[in-house]
Design a protein around this ligand. Structure first.
Ligand SMILES: Cc1cc2nc3c(=O)[nH]c(=O)nc-3n(C[C@H](O)[C@H](O)[C@H](O)COP(=O)(O)OP(=O)(O)OC[C@H]3O[C@@H](n4cnc5c(N)ncnc54)[C@H](O)[C@@H]3O)c2cc1C
Length: 505
């Protein structure tokens, strides 16, 4: 088996992995790093999802990198534009030279004796298993299973005569022009698909068990046009980023502190674009409070406009079963369909399914606590990257990479080889990692790491506070424990007391 050693191995070449590459090569230029990517192409989410209308639901000034301005006209961008931006970033900064596609990491074993990670990697190009070793492991694997989306299993599905598709595996040649379509779901994917398909489909019905909050935002940011005309490129990007960070933080805080007011505002926003007399109370008035689940954004009210134009409709009810020709609801209502799309979500997956062991003991990823949202309790020389649930992913992902670089530099300066967030689990009060009531979060809660009530084990969905901690907070905070390599320490001890150690110590 071939073996190669790197200072840092990054797993995943999506938005986060490319950002990690940039931070590593600019902040830790002496480090040899490689990015191992399971798929044939880079881009992660933005390469995988190909359903009609696929787009961001946050603005690109914050979903994009702080170090590479977003130059397109639309602030809410389509999937292809985001993929192009990620690929160009990798190419422009030479990050692509560090990426090895078709390299799936299946296991990572930490050895305190060797002070390094040993990774088992499947090379998809030739079917071989190869070994990589590294001093520090950084997981940028996203948060869901790539192989399959979530599919609740509908009674009678096998008897349905039309096409049944999941957005995660969109058939390239699916022709829906003039067809009757039922989209099951009410989340970000459903509200994207419905207006996009409604442009050419005969009719699209969004079938939801319960409603979500939907906020219309302008697809085109006029302030961005103004700033780009008057300011240098980087200054305009910085200004627009901060504008949007503050707006999204403001909306989140308002939702948490004054949910009644936010509820009314969201309802009024929907009413403005929907036909007069529309049953908003039934179809757009969720039972939960705003931001108990992710807020769905729609650009230029496209979903509401499709409903107003009669090209789309919303049906709220429980599915009883599929029939040969569509879906039957518990109410007895039947929806005819040539195509049914199951926009029922993702399957969350921690660390891309990598099997993690520390000195031979398996780390059950549901057990550790997260340290500053970037490391795992008692797992040495390891970090991972997750984004915000209430703001653009990249805001937090980039802070994680900056923190990792600070940590690596600190260790080099002090001559440390090992770092580990130390914790006694009994002293902490466990909380779920993600503060959302969404089905996909609840289903996975037992298999993803936990947070606690107290710092530094708490995840704050607040970019400004996190920025202070991750960029400026003390690295040696008493929780993060450091050490020299075991071998180096033993050699040192042997030198001091040569007779006290036998050769095989
Ligand atoms: C349809 C959709 C729309 C979204 N829209 C937004 C949005 O508007 N705003 C927002 O903030 N967030 C959004 N998100 C969340 C989105 O996933 C993040 O914005 C971002 O793309 C995550 O980037 P990532 O690199 O961390 O993960 P991913 O994009 O998931 O990339 C992870 C990469 O790691 C690779 N990988 C995983 N496991 C392994 C392994 N074992 N070995 C090797 N490689 C591995 C994968 O193949 C993949 O390429 C959206 C998600 C989806 C699904």
């Amino acid at each position: 088996m071939s073996r190669e050693h790197f200072d840092v191995v990054v797993i995943g070449a999506g938005l986060s992995g490319i950002g990690a590459g940039y931070r590593l090569q600019t902040r830790c230029p002496g480090k040899r790093y490689v990015i191992l990517e399971a798929r044939q192409e880079i881009g992660g989410t933005w390469d995988l999802f190909r359903y009609p209308g696929v787009r961001s639901d946050s603005d690109m000034f914050t979903l994009g990198y702080p170090f590479r301005p977003w130059k397109e006209a639309r602030a809410i961008a389509d999937g292809q534009a985001i993929l192009k931006y990620i690929s160009e970033t990798a190419c422009d900064f030479g990050i692509d030279r560090h990426i090895r596609c078709q390299h799936r990491v299946s296991s990572a074993c930490w050895s305190s004796e060797e002070t390094r990670w040993r990774l088992e990697v499947q090379n998809g190009a030739n079917g071989e298993t190869v070994e990589y070793t590294c001093d520090f492991l950084y997981g940028c694997t996203g948060y869901y299973r790539y192989e399959a989306g979530y599919e609740p299993g509908f009674p009678g599905a096998e008897g349905f005569r039309g096409e049944f598709v999941h957005p995660q595996h969109w058939p390239e040649d699916l022709d829906y022009a003039g067809k009757q379509v039922v989209v099951i779901g009410s989340g970000a994917t459903a509200v994207t698909l419905v207006p996009a398909m409604a442009r050419t489909a005969g009719h699209v019905a969004m079938l939801q068990r319960s409603p979500s909050y939907i906020l219309s935002v302008p697809a085109h940011d006029r302030i961005a046009d103004w700033a780009r005309r008057r300011l240098p490129e980087n200054a305009a990007h910085r200004m627009l980023r901060w504008k949007n960070i503050l707006i999204s933080l403001g909306i989140y805080q308002l939702s948490r502190r004054a949910p009644g007011l936010m509820r009314r505002l969201l309802r009024q926003g929907a009413a403005k674009s929907l036909p007069p007399g529309y049953e908003i109370g039934r179809h757009f008035n969720p039972k939960y409070e705003p931001w108990d689940q992710r807020l769905c954004l729609v650009p230029d009210a496209d979903l509401f406009r499709a409903i107003r134009a009669g090209r789309a409709s919303v049906v709220t009810g429980q599915i009883d079963s599929f029939t040969e020709h569509g879906v039957r609801l518990e109410s007895g209502q039947e929806l005819e369909a040539d195509i049914i799309v199951s926009a029922t979500g993702l399957q969350m997956l921690a660390l891309g399914g990598v099997r993690l062991t520390v000195d031979g003991t398996l780390v059950n990823l549901g057990d550790p606590y997260v340290y500053k949202g970037v490391m795992l309790s008692n797992v040495p020389n390891f970090a991972f990257c997750v984004g915000y649930t209430n703001a653009s992913w990249t805001l937090r992902a980039d802070l994680s990479s900056i923190f990792v670089c600070r940590l690596l530099k600190h260790m080099d300066r002090r001559g440390y080889r090992v770092c580990r967030p130390a914790c006694n689990p009994e002293s902490l009060e466990a909380r779920p990692l993600l503060d959302l009531t969404s089905g996909y979060v609840q289903r996975a809660a037992a298999n993803i790491p936990k947070q606690a009530v107290k710092k530094p084990w708490r995840i704050r969905q607040n970019y400004i506070l996190d920025m202070l901690t991750m960029r400026l907070g003390r690295i040696e905070d008493g929780v993060l424990k450091f050490g020299a390599a075991v071998r180096a320490r033993r050699a040192e001890m042997r030198e001091r007391t040569p007779t006290a150690y036998s050769a095989d110590d």
